[in-house]
Write a protein that binds this ligand. Structure first.
Ligand SMILES: N[C@@H](CCC(=O)N[C@@H](CS)C(=O)NCC(=O)O)C(=O)O
Length: 229
């Protein structure tokens, strides 16, 4: 079998799976490598030589001298700027300003959606004590982030130039986290305040890339994907 172009170090949390969606969209070949967090392998060598932050995902590009990049947003930008550039870009844009707006939304995902949804998940599922004020704070932030998206999506189908981009796709895996019973069991989808977000999420969920990501995650084992026969 041909060697995949990338290795991606993953974990069951939502951030690595954002990158899998982008790899699938671009038809790139990759090997998944699950890092054993129960043994704490993400916090020690050899993994920390790749990613000193000790978290996942980390991408290694074997076709570019094993270039390493970590932080899911930076990985997404690396992939689209290096392998999806130019006038016929699938997930980015020819126009400079459109790319600036796409980056703005990716930064909002990385600094707004990811951390706030993540802290809500932490305080509801993993924190040693129950701290209602912390839970309330992050629940309100989830509603606020959904509200920002809803306002913008009320009169259009996608965030930038009204066609799908990496900016839209970067939000999907953290929206899936809201399906967890402790995270509301998907109740946001029947909340009228967020109806435009729901329609957008359903549109994105219909994409082959998102379906493939869910299948690979559900299979629960590492593999090589996207290698052409
Ligand atoms: N901002 C980082 C966050 C990475 C992150 O928190 N990853 C989680 C999985 S979703 C992780 O590695 N958790 C294990 C740990 O923190 O030890 C990114 O988007 O890549």
């Amino acid at each position: 079998m041909a060697t995949p172009q990338f290795s991606i170090y993953i974990h069951s949390g939502p951030n690595p799976w954002k990158v899998i969606i982008i790899l699938e969209e671009l038809g790139l070949s990759y090997r998944t490598i699950t890092v054993d967090t129960k043994s704490g392998d993400q916090k020690k060598a050899p993994y920390t030589a790749l990613n000193p932050n000790g978290r996942m995902p980390t991408l290694v590009d074997h076709s570019n001298n094993d270039f390493v990049v970590w932080e899911s947003g930076a990985i997404i930008l690396y992939l689209v700027e290096k392998y999806d550039a130019g006038a016929d870009s699938k997930l980015a844009f020819a126009k400079f300003e459109s790319n600036a707006t796409a980056k703005q939304w990716l930064m909002f995902q990385m600094s707004g959606q990811g951390p706030y949804f993540g802290q809500a998940a932490w305080f509801k599922n993993f924190h040693a004590e129950t701290i209602p004020s912390a839970i309330e704070r992050y629940d309100k932030e989830i509603d606020r982030v959904l509200g920002v998206l809803n306002d913008v999506l009320t009169d259009k189908e996608y965030l930038v130039e009204n066609r799908v981009s990496y900016a839209d796709l970067s939000f999907v895996t953290w929206l899936i986290v809201l399906d967890w019973p402790t995270m509301g069991g998907g109740a946001w989808k029947s909340d009228e305040r967020f109806s435009a977000v729901r329609a957008w999420y359903e549109r994105l969920s219909e994409r082959d890339s998102v379906k493939a990501m869910k299948e690979i995650k559900a299979a629960g084992k590492d593999g090589v994907f996207g290698v052409k026969a």
